[in-house]
Each structure stands twice: as C-alpha cells, then as structure tokens.
Design a protein around this ligand. Structure first.
Ligand code: S3P
Length: 164
C-alpha cells in the first residue's frame, strides 16, 4: 500500500499525509524533507545558491532513493509533476496518486497564513501563472482528485482513506 499526494504549494500535502499515516498505520515521508537531509541545506538555500534546476535534480534523486517503498504515504513537493521520471519512481511497486485540488484563492490564504519560506511563491501573479500551467499536469497524474477548499485536514484525509 502506498499513497502519493500531489498538488500545488499550500494544498495541504504534508498535513494530510501525516493524518492518513496515523489512520492507516503507514509511514509518512515528505520528499522536500528528504531533499533537505540529502543536500544538508534548506530548500531556500538550494534555490538561492544553485537554482531551481539543482532542486529538481535532488527531487529526482530522492524519488529514486525511495522507489519501490511500501506501506508509506508520500507527501511530495509541488513541482514533482515537472519531471515524469519522479512519478515513475514514486509509483514503482504500485501506488495510488491523489491530487489535492485547491483553488488559487484558497492557496493564497494558506500560504500567507504559514510562514514557511517558499522560493516559488514570492510573487502572487507569478504563482498564479505557475498554478494555471500546472493544473492539468496534476490532473493527468491523478488516480483520484480530492477538492480541499472548505475542508479541514481530517476531512480531506478521511476522504482519501475512503477512496484508496
Ligand atoms: C515547490 C514546492 C515546494 C518545494 C519547493 C518547490 C514547487 O514544496 O518543493 O519550494 O515547485 O511547487 P511544497 O509544495 O510542499 O510547498
């Protein structure tokens, strides 16, 4: 059993993955955290010092590191859909991909409410363009789509548990 959560920054992947892991007694892993561990620097530092391309390389590497993993819930970074190889690695051995679909207005509210720095969310209009561009990519990888607007973490998690 493996559940892979994808979606834009602020869609709640990490929080929902933690909740699903609790309910289904699975282990939660977050690809962003694995990158920080591997690089021994923060996401922002990687972007600032080496640029987005380097971050995407790390993303591919950690997906390869955890290929074939079972009994896990995987929270991903919002950009994993940019390189198909990442989803190929993450789905190895089987895995259900769930897209946490959140409206852009709700994303803005959540990102402002949290103070975690997000290098690709410094400008709202640029982020909106990124969101519009990525939407069909998330949809194309998803086995299930769960809308998260007006729902709390527990509600989203139990909806996913019911579907998977
Ligand atoms: C990114 C999303 C971030 C992180 C990095 C790039 C993106 O993860 O991987 O800042 O390209 O959307 P979250 O979606 O967990 O914020």
């Amino acid at each position: 059993m493996k559940i892979i959560l994808i979606g834009f920054m602020g869609s709640g992947k990490t929080s929902v993955a933690t909740e699903i892991a609790k309910i289904k007694k699975l282990t939660m892993v977050d690809t962003d955290d694995l990158i920080v561990e591997k690089a021994e620097m923060s996401t922002t530092e990687i972007f600032d010092q080496f640029g987005e391309t380097r971050y995407r390389e790390y993303e591919i590497q950690v997906a390869r590191d955890i290929r074939g993993l079972q009994n896990h819930v995987v929270a991903t970074g919002g950009g994993v859909i940019l390189n198909k190889i990442i989803l190929d690695y993450l789905r190895e051995g089987g895995g259900v991909v769930v897209f946490l679909r959140t409206s852009f207005d709700e994303i803005v509210r959540r990102v402002i409410a949290h103070d975690r720095p997000r290098p690709l969310f410094t400008d709202k209009e640029a982020a909106r363009q990124l969101y519009n561009f990525r939407l069909t990519l998330y949809e194309s990888y998803a086995d299930h789509i769960v809308d998260t607007d007006n729902k709390n973490i527990k509600e989203v998690a139990s909806e996913i548990v019911d579907k998977t």
